[in-house]
Write a protein that binds this ligand. Sequence first.
Ligand SMILES: Cc1cc2nc3c(=O)[nH]c(=O)nc-3n(C[C@H](O)[C@H](O)[C@H](O)COP(=O)(O)OP(=O)(O)OC[C@H]3O[C@@H](n4cnc5c(N)ncnc54)[C@H](O)[C@@H]3O)c2cc1C
Length: 363
Amino acid sequence: MTFPTDYGAIIDRIKNIDPIRYGKTRNYIDGDVTFLSPYISRGVISTKEILEITFNRGFSPKEIEKFIQELVWREYWQEIWWSKGESIDEDLRHLQIDVLYKGMPKSVLAAETGVTGIDQGIESLYHSGYMHNHIRMYTASLICNIGKRQWYIPAKWMYFHLLDGDWASNALSWQWVAGSNSDKKYYANQENINRFCHTKQTDTFLDRSYEELAQMSCPDQFIADANLELKTELPPRNDIQIDSTIPTVLYTSYNLDPNWLQDVKANRVLILEPSHFEKYPVSQKVLDFIMALSQNISGIQVFVGEYKELVERYSPGEIYFKNHPFTRYFKGIGTDFDKIMPISGDFSSFFKYWNKGKKSVQW
Ligand SMILES: Cc1cc2nc3c(=O)[nH]c(=O)nc-3n(C[C@H](O)[C@H](O)[C@H](O)COP(=O)(O)OP(=O)(O)OC[C@H]3O[C@@H](n4cnc5c(N)ncnc54)[C@H](O)[C@@H]3O)c2cc1C
């Protein structure tokens, strides 16, 4: 799978979704998934826009409910992030139990777990910057529940490589698998993996019943630690031109919407804050993807530095930005991202959020 960065190609991808087949096949590695997450995560398109385009193609809400629900999962995790803030970096609802190790297992980093479906998924993550949802769940379960590792560092490893890296969907899904954001740990056995990955492996350490998996000790191949170094090489710091008599529109690696405020005469600046990428590093492939997407925004300049430095150095006039949990300290005129469900707050389960949200939309 490839991920074009030209805006027209992204919109074409939305128009070619088959949301009905999606509901039936999304769990299979070759199922009809949309491959849209890199563009949603980077703020190029919104969940609401995807749904509007899909409705305009004649699909009814009832026949594509599964598809809508998945889009809303992303919004749900974002809402949790807004209400919990940085505490999503720690065990959210329960302490993760049965943890023996921290860090990243060497065999997973090397894509040598011995489970073909997972190893191929990890190779494909390195190669394409994308991993199918089921493989993300299998990998997280293997590391946290079979390998008995704390979720945080492996989550950062996966986030580092994902073009669609979204800290809410990432951290909260890892915690969901590890049982610290759910009521039980998620396990997948070999039979399950074979079914959804079309493999035929037997006699692996996962070729057991679910009761046995939950009781088993960590297999030897998951004990050795990897030497994990996650670092983003940002472009060199540079000078930009700001006309302080006109507004400055700020873009980030989470907001690369080329249509936003296009009719306003403004300075347009993609800000890459070193402190952010130090805490949440991304690979060169991801950074290149972000830079390429930013080219859809006409007149964009790239500023490598902190928000405070930008303000002190250039005294920009009015600043416009999109509200995001990572940039709560931006000051000026903040706009919320478009959502399908116009509700906010801390909901204890997805279905509470979904049921309340459904009452507030008119389809
Ligand atoms: C351990 C783990 C880590 C994850 N990390 C990320 C991450 O960093 N960034 C990210 O965007 N998603 C993450 N996800 C969620 C999900 O795997 C991806 O959103 C999905 O696989 C993206 O591929 P797609 O666009 O083809 O999805 P599709 O299946 O085509 O879904 C359409 C859209 O619905 C949303 N969606 C679908 N499934 C989920 C889900 N389970 N949770 C939240 N939203 C969903 C996404 O916006 C997606 O683009 C993670 C899931 C797990 C289990």
